[in-house]
Design a protein around this ligand. Structure first.
Ligand code: TRP
Length: 377
């Protein structure tokens, strides 16, 4: 067994996280991601993908075009798909848990409405999987507190809490995220760039588990495979005021919004003083963002759309975007309304997902116990 000092002094592992945010490392992740993307077309059966969201609010068009749509595409390609609702992660920085329940079911309704199919995709709440959470203990033995303090995402999260003291859960949530990914031995994790340090932490945990505790059963393979990030090309969709789309800024269009409310939000969208519409994201972010939204929802080229509107001005642009968004999301919204009205169905979907995740987590925990020589009778 490796001693603590060896673990801490190992320069190869000690700097793994700091390196995960460097440019060279980002380039490597992007290249690796492109390779996987290509292989997925030919061998979807080689992949198990897992990703997830915190149940903090209602999903909006940024989520849809940035990630939800890709998840459904992966599912439809035949990739074994896991989507987790990270309810424990919500309590890293919040005291108030009263409405978690409602947010969880709202998130689930969003998932199912956009096309995640419970027959092919396992949707689960990580708090409901005891064996997953139990992995946290051996995993915590494999990381150091300074490594966690250096994690850029932990730092950013802490800054966002306005200098409140950091909870132990906040400090260690990257390790919990490693348990989220490794419990089912997912090998691809579609995430945004901001999550790369977590992925690197997960890879480090997988490798150190093998180095320190060893293997179970078939000794030629480590217990945990090292997962890769899948950094899919995501359009940079802004909010209706031209800044980052985020619920707290009130500049989002939510999946669940009515056609009427969508029209209202878009009517107030910020444009600029040049009446002639063009698509030029660098020089005209607000106008171009609306053009892009029309392009994404109609599947057309933004340059062509802008040219067609031309001197029609922002009035014509807003009218077109509103129609395009409402038309594209009408079936999704109708389905979502049906789902929301059938809480019993939502509960049974989650119960099934949690049962499947529990079965897998228990099998993995059994291997972990064997590798750690903690099987007693
Ligand atoms: N940390 C992620 C977020 O804030 C959510 C998440 C939790 C997650 N566990 C995960 C994402 C595992 C990918 C894989 O968005």
């Amino acid at each position: 067994m490796t001693s603590d000092t060896q673990l801490l002094d190992d320069p190869a592992t000690g700097d793994a996280l700091a390196d995960s945010t460097s440019d060279a490392s980002l380039q490597r992740s992007i290249a690796r991601s492109a390779q996987i993307e290509a292989d997925l077309e030919v061998h979807p059966e080689r992949y198990r993908m897992l990703t997830g969201d915190r149940p903090t609010g209602h999903l909006h068009l940024g989520h849809y075009f940035g990630s939800l749509r890709n998840r459904v595409a992966l599912q439809d390609k035949g990739v074994d798909t896991f989507v987790l609702i990270a309810d424990y992660q919500v309590i890293t920085d919040r005291d108030e848990v009263a409405s978690i329940q409602e947010r969880v079911f709202s998130l689930l309704a969003d998932y199912l409405a956009v096309g995640l199919d419970p027959a092919r995709t396992t949707v689960f709440t990580h708090s409901s999987i005891p064996a997953l959470n139990q992995l946290m203990l051996p995993f915590l033995s494999l990381v150091t507190d300074s490594e966690l303090r250096r994690n850029p995402t932990v730092k950013a999260e802490q800054e966002a809490t306005g200098g409140r003291p950091m909870s132990g859960l906040m400090l260690t949530y990257p390790v919990h995220q490693a348990a989220d990914i490794l419990f089912c031995k997912a090998n691809v994790v579609p995430v945004g760039k901001d999550q790369l340090p977590h992925l690197e932490q997960t890879r480090v945990v997988a490798r150190r588990f093998d180095e320190r505790y060893g293997r179970a059963g078939d000794r030629s393979v480590p217990v945990f495979p090292a997962p890769d990030a899948l950094l899919s090309e995501a359009p940079n969709l802004l909010g209706t005021d031209g800044t980052k789309m985020s619920k707290s800024r009130g500049n989002t269009i939510e999946l669940r919004m009515s056609a009427n409310d969508t029209a209202k939000v878009l009517k107030k969208a910020v444009t600029d003083s040049d009446r002639h519409i063009t698509y030029d994201p660098a020089a005209r972010p607000e106008v171009s963002n609306l053009v892009q939204l029309a392009a994404l929802t109609t599947g057309r080229d933004p340059l062509v759309i802008a040219e067609e509107i031309g001197d029609g001005g922002s009035g014509a642009l807003k009218k077109l975007v509103t129609e395009a968004v409402n038309e594209h999301f009408a079936p999704i919204r109708a389905r979502r309304a049906e789902l929301e009205a059938d809480q019993a169905h939502l509960r049974s979907v989650l119960a099934d997902g949690n049962a499947r995740a529990t079965e897998i987590a228990e099998a993995t925990l059994a291997e972990v116990r064997e590798a750690m020589q903690m099987v007693y009778g």
